[in-house]
Design a protein around this ligand. Structure first.
Ligand code: ZN
Length: 277
Protein backbone atom coordinates (compact mmCIF):
# COMPACT_ATOMS: atom_id res chain seq x y z
CA UNK A 1 0.00 0.00 0.00
CA UNK A 2 1.01 3.57 -0.40
CA UNK A 3 3.43 4.92 2.13
CA UNK A 4 2.47 8.53 1.77
CA UNK A 5 -1.00 8.25 3.17
CA UNK A 6 -1.76 10.70 5.94
CA UNK A 7 -3.56 9.67 9.06
CA UNK A 8 -4.01 6.28 10.63
CA UNK A 9 -4.11 3.39 8.27
CA UNK A 10 -5.81 0.08 8.72
CA UNK A 11 -3.49 -2.71 9.62
CA UNK A 12 -3.99 -6.36 8.88
CA UNK A 13 -6.03 -7.91 11.65
CA UNK A 14 -6.76 -11.21 10.06
CA UNK A 15 -9.80 -9.98 8.15
CA UNK A 16 -8.08 -10.16 4.92
CA UNK A 17 -5.66 -13.00 4.87
CA UNK A 18 -7.00 -15.10 2.12
CA UNK A 19 -10.39 -13.59 2.56
CA UNK A 20 -12.40 -14.26 -0.48
CA UNK A 21 -13.13 -11.12 -2.38
CA UNK A 22 -16.62 -11.90 -3.37
CA UNK A 23 -16.85 -9.26 -6.00
CA UNK A 24 -17.67 -10.36 -9.46
CA UNK A 25 -19.01 -8.73 -12.52
CA UNK A 26 -22.13 -6.73 -12.14
CA UNK A 27 -25.14 -8.94 -12.29
CA UNK A 28 -27.31 -6.24 -13.71
CA UNK A 29 -29.99 -6.93 -11.18
CA UNK A 30 -32.33 -4.14 -10.41
CA UNK A 31 -32.63 -3.22 -6.82
CA UNK A 32 -36.00 -1.69 -7.33
CA UNK A 33 -37.39 1.09 -5.27
CA UNK A 34 -36.73 1.34 -1.58
CA UNK A 35 -39.70 0.40 0.54
CA UNK A 36 -41.66 3.25 2.01
CA UNK A 37 -40.41 4.50 5.32
CA UNK A 38 -36.88 3.42 4.70
CA UNK A 39 -33.84 4.84 6.40
CA UNK A 40 -33.20 7.70 4.02
CA UNK A 41 -34.74 11.11 4.35
CA UNK A 42 -34.72 11.86 0.68
CA UNK A 43 -34.98 9.91 -2.51
CA UNK A 44 -31.53 10.89 -3.67
CA UNK A 45 -30.06 8.96 -0.80
CA UNK A 46 -28.41 11.92 0.79
CA UNK A 47 -28.65 11.98 4.51
CA UNK A 48 -28.31 15.34 6.21
CA UNK A 49 -25.49 15.53 8.68
CA UNK A 50 -27.60 17.01 11.39
CA UNK A 51 -30.18 14.28 11.72
CA UNK A 52 -29.52 12.49 15.00
CA UNK A 53 -30.19 8.80 15.40
CA UNK A 54 -33.68 8.26 16.64
CA UNK A 55 -34.11 7.13 20.17
CA UNK A 56 -37.52 5.73 19.40
CA UNK A 57 -39.51 4.63 16.43
CA UNK A 58 -38.08 2.80 13.51
CA UNK A 59 -34.29 2.50 13.48
CA UNK A 60 -32.99 5.13 11.13
CA UNK A 61 -29.26 5.62 11.33
CA UNK A 62 -27.66 8.46 9.46
CA UNK A 63 -25.57 6.68 6.85
CA UNK A 64 -23.14 8.68 4.79
CA UNK A 65 -22.94 7.35 1.24
CA UNK A 66 -19.69 6.77 -0.58
CA UNK A 67 -19.77 9.99 -2.52
CA UNK A 68 -19.64 11.96 0.72
CA UNK A 69 -16.36 10.42 1.79
CA UNK A 70 -15.12 10.56 -1.79
CA UNK A 71 -14.70 6.88 -2.42
CA UNK A 72 -12.68 5.71 -5.35
CA UNK A 73 -14.64 3.83 -8.00
CA UNK A 74 -14.54 0.08 -7.45
CA UNK A 75 -12.60 -2.06 -9.88
CA UNK A 76 -15.80 -3.97 -10.48
CA UNK A 77 -19.39 -3.47 -9.39
CA UNK A 78 -20.19 -5.47 -6.30
CA UNK A 79 -22.16 -8.66 -6.67
CA UNK A 80 -25.66 -8.51 -5.25
CA UNK A 81 -27.56 -11.58 -4.12
CA UNK A 82 -31.30 -11.60 -4.18
CA UNK A 83 -31.65 -12.55 -0.56
CA UNK A 84 -30.92 -11.21 2.88
CA UNK A 85 -27.77 -12.01 4.79
CA UNK A 86 -28.36 -14.05 7.94
CA UNK A 87 -25.56 -12.72 10.12
CA UNK A 88 -24.25 -9.27 11.05
CA UNK A 89 -20.53 -9.42 11.72
CA UNK A 90 -18.94 -6.96 14.12
CA UNK A 91 -15.31 -6.06 13.33
CA UNK A 92 -12.76 -3.61 14.58
CA UNK A 93 -10.42 -1.90 12.16
CA UNK A 94 -7.28 -2.48 14.26
CA UNK A 95 -6.39 1.14 13.67
CA UNK A 96 -5.33 3.51 16.47
CA UNK A 97 -7.99 4.63 18.92
CA UNK A 98 -8.06 8.13 17.60
CA UNK A 99 -9.41 10.93 19.77
CA UNK A 100 -10.61 12.69 16.61
CA UNK A 101 -14.38 12.31 16.48
CA UNK A 102 -14.86 14.62 13.51
CA UNK A 103 -16.72 13.95 10.30
CA UNK A 104 -13.61 14.61 8.25
CA UNK A 105 -11.63 12.11 10.27
CA UNK A 106 -14.38 9.55 9.66
CA UNK A 107 -14.26 10.19 5.92
CA UNK A 108 -10.49 9.84 5.96
CA UNK A 109 -10.87 6.53 7.76
CA UNK A 110 -13.16 5.24 5.02
CA UNK A 111 -10.71 6.36 2.35
CA UNK A 112 -7.82 4.73 4.19
CA UNK A 113 -9.66 1.47 4.60
CA UNK A 114 -10.64 1.46 0.95
CA UNK A 115 -7.10 2.23 -0.13
CA UNK A 116 -5.73 -0.55 2.06
CA UNK A 117 -8.25 -3.08 0.78
CA UNK A 118 -7.69 -2.16 -2.86
CA UNK A 119 -3.95 -1.51 -2.89
CA UNK A 120 -2.86 -3.61 0.06
CA UNK A 121 -5.17 -6.53 -0.44
CA UNK A 122 -5.80 -6.27 -4.12
CA UNK A 123 -9.55 -6.32 -3.71
CA UNK A 124 -12.03 -4.63 -5.97
CA UNK A 125 -13.26 -2.24 -3.28
CA UNK A 126 -13.69 -1.82 0.46
CA UNK A 127 -14.36 -5.24 1.92
CA UNK A 128 -16.96 -4.29 4.51
CA UNK A 129 -20.45 -3.05 3.78
CA UNK A 130 -20.59 -0.48 6.56
CA UNK A 131 -18.08 1.51 8.63
CA UNK A 132 -18.54 3.33 11.92
CA UNK A 133 -16.00 5.84 13.21
CA UNK A 134 -15.14 6.33 16.87
CA UNK A 135 -17.18 9.51 16.65
CA UNK A 136 -20.21 7.46 15.66
CA UNK A 137 -20.24 8.45 11.99
CA UNK A 138 -21.82 5.66 9.93
CA UNK A 139 -20.63 5.27 6.36
CA UNK A 140 -21.31 3.07 3.39
CA UNK A 141 -18.41 0.75 2.63
CA UNK A 142 -18.55 -1.48 -0.40
CA UNK A 143 -20.27 -0.07 -3.45
CA UNK A 144 -23.99 -0.72 -3.82
CA UNK A 145 -24.37 -1.53 -0.14
CA UNK A 146 -26.95 1.10 0.69
CA UNK A 147 -29.13 0.34 -2.31
CA UNK A 148 -28.96 -3.35 -1.51
CA UNK A 149 -29.85 -2.88 2.14
CA UNK A 150 -32.75 -0.68 1.20
CA UNK A 151 -33.99 -3.41 -1.14
CA UNK A 152 -33.50 -6.18 1.42
CA UNK A 153 -30.75 -7.71 -0.72
CA UNK A 154 -27.17 -8.58 0.03
CA UNK A 155 -23.99 -7.08 -1.32
CA UNK A 156 -21.27 -9.70 -1.22
CA UNK A 157 -18.31 -8.18 0.60
CA UNK A 158 -14.83 -9.36 1.51
CA UNK A 159 -14.87 -9.37 5.29
CA UNK A 160 -15.34 -12.93 6.53
CA UNK A 161 -13.47 -15.76 4.90
CA UNK A 162 -15.78 -18.39 3.39
CA UNK A 163 -18.78 -16.57 4.77
CA UNK A 164 -19.15 -13.54 2.55
CA UNK A 165 -22.20 -14.77 0.72
CA UNK A 166 -24.38 -14.73 3.81
CA UNK A 167 -22.92 -12.13 6.16
CA UNK A 168 -22.84 -8.36 6.28
CA UNK A 169 -19.88 -6.72 8.00
CA UNK A 170 -19.56 -3.59 10.09
CA UNK A 171 -16.04 -2.22 10.58
CA UNK A 172 -15.79 -0.27 13.82
CA UNK A 173 -12.90 2.14 14.03
CA UNK A 174 -10.30 1.33 16.62
CA UNK A 175 -8.62 -1.53 18.46
CA UNK A 176 -10.63 -3.05 21.26
CA UNK A 177 -8.37 -5.62 22.79
CA UNK A 178 -8.23 -3.77 26.10
CA UNK A 179 -9.99 -0.46 25.57
CA UNK A 180 -13.75 -0.09 25.53
CA UNK A 181 -15.64 1.43 22.62
CA UNK A 182 -16.59 5.12 22.81
CA UNK A 183 -20.22 5.86 23.60
CA UNK A 184 -20.74 7.54 20.24
CA UNK A 185 -19.59 4.48 18.35
CA UNK A 186 -21.62 2.19 20.58
CA UNK A 187 -24.79 4.17 20.06
CA UNK A 188 -24.38 4.11 16.30
CA UNK A 189 -23.59 0.42 16.32
CA UNK A 190 -26.84 -0.30 18.15
CA UNK A 191 -28.82 1.82 15.71
CA UNK A 192 -27.18 0.27 12.65
CA UNK A 193 -27.70 -3.27 13.91
CA UNK A 194 -31.32 -2.49 14.71
CA UNK A 195 -31.78 -1.07 11.23
CA UNK A 196 -30.24 -4.14 9.60
CA UNK A 197 -32.37 -6.45 11.73
CA UNK A 198 -35.48 -4.67 10.54
CA UNK A 199 -34.43 -4.55 6.90
CA UNK A 200 -33.41 -8.19 6.81
CA UNK A 201 -35.88 -9.56 9.37
CA UNK A 202 -33.14 -10.83 11.62
CA UNK A 203 -33.28 -11.74 15.29
CA UNK A 204 -30.59 -9.84 17.22
CA UNK A 205 -29.77 -12.74 19.52
CA UNK A 206 -29.05 -15.00 16.56
CA UNK A 207 -27.79 -12.63 13.94
CA UNK A 208 -25.19 -10.46 15.67
CA UNK A 209 -21.81 -12.15 15.95
CA UNK A 210 -18.14 -11.25 16.09
CA UNK A 211 -15.67 -11.91 13.33
CA UNK A 212 -13.87 -14.43 15.55
CA UNK A 213 -17.01 -16.54 15.61
CA UNK A 214 -16.37 -17.40 11.98
CA UNK A 215 -12.68 -17.02 11.30
CA UNK A 216 -9.34 -17.47 13.02
CA UNK A 217 -8.89 -13.90 14.18
CA UNK A 218 -8.91 -11.86 17.37
CA UNK A 219 -11.28 -9.38 15.74
CA UNK A 220 -13.21 -7.49 17.07
CA UNK A 221 -10.93 -7.50 20.12
CA UNK A 222 -11.66 -9.01 23.52
CA UNK A 223 -13.37 -5.92 24.92
CA UNK A 224 -15.74 -5.38 22.04
CA UNK A 225 -16.37 -9.09 21.69
CA UNK A 226 -17.28 -9.28 25.37
CA UNK A 227 -19.90 -6.62 24.79
CA UNK A 228 -21.71 -8.46 22.02
CA UNK A 229 -24.27 -9.92 24.46
CA UNK A 230 -24.97 -6.34 25.57
CA UNK A 231 -25.22 -5.31 21.94
CA UNK A 232 -27.74 -8.05 21.17
CA UNK A 233 -29.80 -7.04 24.19
CA UNK A 234 -29.61 -3.35 23.36
CA UNK A 235 -30.68 -3.96 19.76
CA UNK A 236 -33.55 -6.17 20.90
CA UNK A 237 -34.62 -3.46 23.34
CA UNK A 238 -34.34 -0.88 20.59
CA UNK A 239 -36.55 -2.95 18.32
CA UNK A 240 -39.14 -3.87 20.91
CA UNK A 241 -41.71 -6.31 19.55
CA UNK A 242 -39.95 -6.32 16.19
CA UNK A 243 -37.12 -8.29 17.79
CA UNK A 244 -39.45 -11.27 17.88
CA UNK A 245 -39.19 -11.55 14.13
CA UNK A 246 -37.74 -14.84 13.06
CA UNK A 247 -34.42 -15.06 11.32
CA UNK A 248 -34.98 -16.16 7.72
CA UNK A 249 -32.22 -18.71 8.01
CA UNK A 250 -31.95 -19.71 11.65
CA UNK A 251 -29.05 -21.74 12.88
CA UNK A 252 -25.78 -22.39 11.20
CA UNK A 253 -25.86 -21.48 7.54
CA UNK A 254 -25.39 -24.31 5.15
CA UNK A 255 -24.65 -22.67 1.86
CA UNK A 256 -21.17 -22.56 0.39
CA UNK A 257 -19.74 -19.15 -0.04
CA UNK A 258 -19.38 -17.34 -3.31
CA UNK A 259 -22.18 -19.17 -5.01
CA UNK A 260 -21.50 -19.26 -8.68
CA UNK A 261 -18.17 -17.52 -8.40
CA UNK A 262 -14.63 -18.81 -8.43
CA UNK A 263 -13.19 -18.51 -4.96
CA UNK A 264 -9.52 -19.38 -4.77
CA UNK A 265 -8.59 -21.40 -1.78
CA UNK A 266 -12.01 -22.11 -0.50
CA UNK A 267 -13.61 -24.13 -3.22
CA UNK A 268 -14.20 -27.10 -0.96
CA UNK A 269 -14.92 -25.15 2.17
CA UNK A 270 -18.20 -24.87 3.89
CA UNK A 271 -18.95 -22.34 6.58
CA UNK A 272 -17.32 -23.27 9.81
CA UNK A 273 -19.40 -24.00 12.85
CA UNK A 274 -19.85 -20.95 14.99
CA UNK A 275 -17.39 -20.67 17.78
CA UNK A 276 -18.34 -18.91 20.94
CA UNK A 277 -15.48 -18.01 23.14
ZN1 ZN B 1 -12.75 -8.51 11.49
Amino acid sequence: MAENVPGPRPTPDGHGDGTYDGTGGGDGSSLGDPPPGDAYPDEAGHVPDDVPPRAEGRPRPVVHPRREWKARPPLRPAKILDRAPDRIIVHHTSTPNSPDMSLEHAYQLSRDVQRFHMQGRGWADSGQQLTISRGGVVMEGRNRSLDAIRAGKHVVGAQALRNNSHTIGIENEGTYKTEDVPDALWGSLIEVCAWLCVRYKLTPSLAIIGHRDLNDTDCPGDRLYARLPDLRDAVALRLGPQALLSSPVPGVPDMPDGVGLPSPGDASSLPQPFRRR
